[in-house]
Design a protein. Structure first.
Length: 430
């Protein structure tokens, strides 16, 4: 593979590629690296950067001053793929490195200051690549990372190909722990299985430790890992042991807002009783509180619950009806909070939900990690009618962003919203 680099400081890249496996790959002619300087072609006193148009500070790499160099590189390498390093680019992953390793000729372009004038990017860029969600002062280090990660994917660059294919992030998994001699040091032993010589068992062990390491450190990767049903069940059991089991939900019928913003009571909806209980059971919710201040409405709920409880007995417990045990009827949200507090000795963290955009809403990704890993009870509060009142929203510790599509219409039934929200917060992705 031929790699060209375009930068202000080619020496940074030259130096970084002088060592180890990458330098061997150059010596063995598996890769050939050529460096072009943005500065070399400039006449004395001239600059490659210029002031940015508009109102923002910072200098921009000039289209006019860099064009000649880009044109020359394209003439010398008509089939080259121009890869601009940029924090705005596609995130560099192992898969991207593998895909780039099959290119014959790439040109890695490094920016400085505010980056390149958009017109040179529009004219030459085939791909923008970011090496992570942070901003570097220049693209040279990003180019080094790109060269290193792509080079080791080229056949022959790493001596033992197995050590590349078994690496972390291959097949969307992390590698488990590794050990070397001695077998025991300071009383700490290497796992016996690795010393057993039984290749089949060692292979199974390595697969298991790899999956467990991925679960613990980067569960998001497992979404794209090919795993068997048995492995999926094993991972779920491990996860169940460590996550918060004290997450509650409440469905509020008073105080609620109507379309005019007035505070009202809403009527109980029969479907919300069993459907939400089933969602609660699916996502490991501890208890589902239905709160209503009107005794007759609670009695109605009790009647429905009784009906499903009888069905549960009649159908031998082994059905969707077992979810009915999750329900607790209360006359107010506060009495649900008091019950959780009495059970755990602390007030639950409260999370309100709303279909409308209000200030200070929290994202699902922020709350997911927090509530799954915290050792405190959590109560997620759902409204009926036109939603929870302003005072209920304001008294919650967090308000979640609404779920929904890109359209103005947003009138999900609360039971649908509960299912979506619980999946975003507590759903298993593998
Ligand atoms: C200071 S940055 C320019 C950032 C630009 N003002 C912005 O907000 O997107 C200068 C150069 O560093 C390189 N760079 C910075 N962060 C990077 C990243 N995360 N990945 C790849 N290259 C990066 C790029 O070459 C970029 O043109």
């Amino acid at each position: 593979m031929k790699i060209n680099t375009v930068s202000t400081f080619p020496r940074i890249i030259k130096e970084a590629t002088k060592y180890g496996i990458v330098s061997n790959a150059v010596k063995n002619k598996l890769i050939n690296i050529n460096h072009f300087s943005l500065i070399n072609d400039l006449s004395q006193g001239d600059r490659i950067d210029d002031e940015q148009y508009g109102i923002e500070p910072g200098m921009v790499l000039s289209y006019e001053k860099s064009y000649k160099l880009f044109k020359r590189i394209k003439t010398l390498n008509p089939n080259t793929k121009f890869i601009f390093t940029s924090p705005k680019g596609t995130k560099l992953t192992n898969d991207l490195a593998i895909s780039l390793s099959s290119e014959k000729n790439i040109t890695i372009v490094c920016g400085r200051y505010e980056g390149y004038d958009q017109r040179i990017i529009d004219e030459y860029c085939d791909l923008e690549v970011s090496i992570g969600d942070y901003v570097l002062t220049g693209g040279e280090l990003a180019a080094c990372v790109l060269i290193d990660s792509v080079a080791r994917m080229i056949k022959g660059v790493v001596g033992n190909e197995n050590s590349v294919t078994s690496d972390s992030l291959m097949e969307s998994m992390l590698k488990g722990p590794v050990y070397t001699r001695p077998k025991i040091y300071r009383g700490k032993k290497v796992p016996n299985i690795l010393l057993s010589g039984n290749h089949a068992n060692i292979k199974k062990h390595l697969r298991k430790t790899s999956l467990v390491t991925t679960l613990k450190k980067r569960e998001d990767l497992l979404e794209n890992t090919k795993i068997s049903l048995e492995e999926s069940n094993q991972l779920k059991s491990i996860k169940k042991e460590i996550i918060n089991k004290n997450i509650y939900i409440a469905l509020v019928h008073y105080p609620i807002e109507n379309i005019k913003g007035e505070t009202i009571k809403t009527s109980l909806t029969n479907l919300d009783i069993q459907d939400i209980a089933r969602s609660a059971n699916t996502y490991g919710i501890n208890k589902y509180f239905i709160t209503h201040p009107v005794k007759e409405q609670r009695m109605l709920a009790e009647k429905v619950i009784q009906y499903w409880s009888n069905e549960k007995v009649r159908k031998n417990d082994n059905t969707k009806h077992s979810s009915i045990d999750k329900i607790i009827l209360k006359n107010s949200l506060n009495s649900a909070i008091r019950e959780i507090r009495a059970k755990h000795g602390v007030r639950p963290i409260t999370i309100a939900t709303d279909a409308r955009m209000v200030h200070n809403m929290t994202s699902y990704s922020t709350l997911r990690d927090r509530i799954l890993n915290i050792d405190k009870p959590v109560l997620i509060i759902f409204g009926t009618g036109w939603g929870l009142t302003k005072s209920t929203l304001e008294s919650a510790d967090y308000i979640l962003k609404p779920v929904g599509g890109y359209y103005e219409y947003n009138h999900l039934s609360v039971r649908s919203a509960v299912a979506i929200i619980l999946d975003r917060l507590l759903g298993c992705k593998f």
